[in-house]
Design a binder for this molecule. Sequence first.
Ligand code: PXP
Length: 252
Amino acid sequence: MEKRYLRLGVNIDHVATIRNARGGQHPDPVRAAQAAAAAGADGITAHLREDRRHMTDDDVARLSAGIDLPLNLEMAATDEMLAIALRHAPHAACIVPEKRQERTTEGGLDAAGSHNHLAPFVAKLNAADIRVSLFIEPDMRQLEAAKSLGAPVVELHTGAYCEAEGTERDRQFRRISRAAEYAEALGIECHAGHGLTFDTVAPIAAIPTLVELNIGHFLIGEAIFGGLESSIKRMRSLMDKARSEAHGERSA
Ligand code: PXP
């Protein structure tokens, strides 16, 4: 297989979390998106939650109008979010499960169990030329459901892999790697993300059928110590190195 470029989508939700701790305008997620672009990000990801705990409607409007990179809007499958997505027409919309009480998106969408609920959302986003992705667990049944729903993209949840240790991490890694391979066989573009750090990104970046990683919390946290540009550049270089080394091994 030829070596493919691995895109980095930077999730800037937690710039808004810090701003919201005091209210007001600072730090501005749009400025963070511009800094991410200057540091080599390929896209900006933002999750408009039902409770608006980080991104606000105004942020989504300003990001849609004011950045040069493609915007990936993470959204729950609700009528309210669908209307917002259709209004702003971001490059992509990633449908995620959402529970009010959770701290973060704890697991993937049950695309298989919620087929009838999801079908009109996928159809309407597809019809509006918004690239739909379903955030799912690395599970064959979920991939098949994404295929039957007509989603062109899936994003595999890497949270369990990042949290596990030792042989359990190896097992979680194999689930992701097999799912990414199966997505390719089904003709679905495969992304991955959640919980990735400098320490966990390399094996994931080496999976040749992955096209994009979405990374947020760690990059924004790390920016406190070295700046956003430096944290994104380091992540980018770890991803590139892992992919080049894996490609070298495969083609040797
Ligand atoms: N991808 C999706 C679909 C997510 O919901 C999130 C978290 O909002 C991420 C990626 C990024 O996860 P993290 O902030 O842990 O890097």
